[in-house]
Design a protein around this ligand. Sequence first.
Ligand SMILES: Cc1cc2nc3c(=O)[nH]c(=O)nc-3n(C[C@H](O)[C@H](O)[C@H](O)COP(=O)(O)O)c2cc1C
Length: 382
Amino acid sequence: MNTSKAGKRKPTHPQAEIRASQTGSFLTLHEIVKKARQRMDDENWDYLMGGTETETTMHRNRMALDAIAFTPRVLRDVSAIDCSASFFGQKLRIPVLLAPVGMLERFDPDGAAASAKACAEFGIAHMLSSRTAPELEDVAAAGDNMRLFQLYTRGDWDWIEDYIKRAKDNGFSAFCMTVDSAYYSRRERVLARGHITTFRSGIEGFIHQTQLNWDTVKRFKETYPDFPLIIKGIATAEDATLAIEHGVDGIYISNHGGRQLDHGRGAIETLPEIVDAANGQATIIIDGGFCRGSDIVKAVIMGADVVGLGKLQGLALAAGGAPGVVRMLEILEKEIITCLGLIGASSFDELDPKAIILPAKPATEPHATSAFPLLNLTSGTY
Ligand SMILES: Cc1cc2nc3c(=O)[nH]c(=O)nc-3n(C[C@H](O)[C@H](O)[C@H](O)COP(=O)(O)O)c2cc1C
């Protein structure tokens, strides 16, 4: 029924009629991607799937993951597998976090509330973007999941503090500042459509994003020593070292899914040097191109605590709302269990760095959907 309690008609959203029974029928991740493509118009598809300029960074995310091969061990009794993980003192069913994604309402009418609900049902963490609907308080009320809050800085310290207090008051376990967006990139899939979205043009307070520096990090930790701080967008050992020196609790390795700086390294390529620099003194989160259970196993073997999902989250939401995200996570979990079992580990604790070898030769040309070879989308995107 498309009528609110007050009796007013609400506008129909293209995703509104999705039922859990429909999403339960997805057996593979590529079916989810295919359904998402069918349900999304070209504009939303390009917003979700596009990278910056030549999209080299985005492609390198996949290329770097594809260049890691497993060296499996056998005869180890893997009849019972535990793929849970610990993250800031809380247990996650799999070592996965739904990454902060702006404008999730473009993929599902409930926006970030749908992601939060899915996390609560499945048992993983959600990082809420400050650039999505609905408001922080409504997302916190949507699901009893582990939640973290991510901020794009659009104001002075008082403005930042207002968000810190709201996040604390609403049960968010940690606060994250995204620092890889001092300038907005040129995403040509969007620019080529001849319009710049309101989000990217003349943004009020954007100057604060460009002025961000380590003093803000210092001030945060001095003022809120007990509220975990995550810095998202770390891409070098040098910045990881500085983060540790400033008392940062979580280092979030990310190139924004290839949506900010073009011609960067694939995210997982940077993981070993950052893990070394952090030296066990911070939680390590990574994202960028992660689409399959085996990708997640590779990251954990190399020292990540948790892996973030950006595009895959948007695709699952578009395909089936909150139940679609739950289904995507169930399939990922099956892939993780299969991968762990086949490399001879009963849990992530049993993983040996020798279980992988690199560089291996990638078997596929990387592109936005190259992790799903059975998809029949011309040129990999349409
Ligand atoms: C549509 C979209 C919107 C995004 N919005 C944000 C955001 O609001 N804040 C942020 O820190 N990162 C944002 N990101 C980046 C993601 O948090 C994440 O770093 C990236 O998507 C990971 O790569 P993947 O998409 O290959 O998984 C966004 C990514 C996408 C695809």
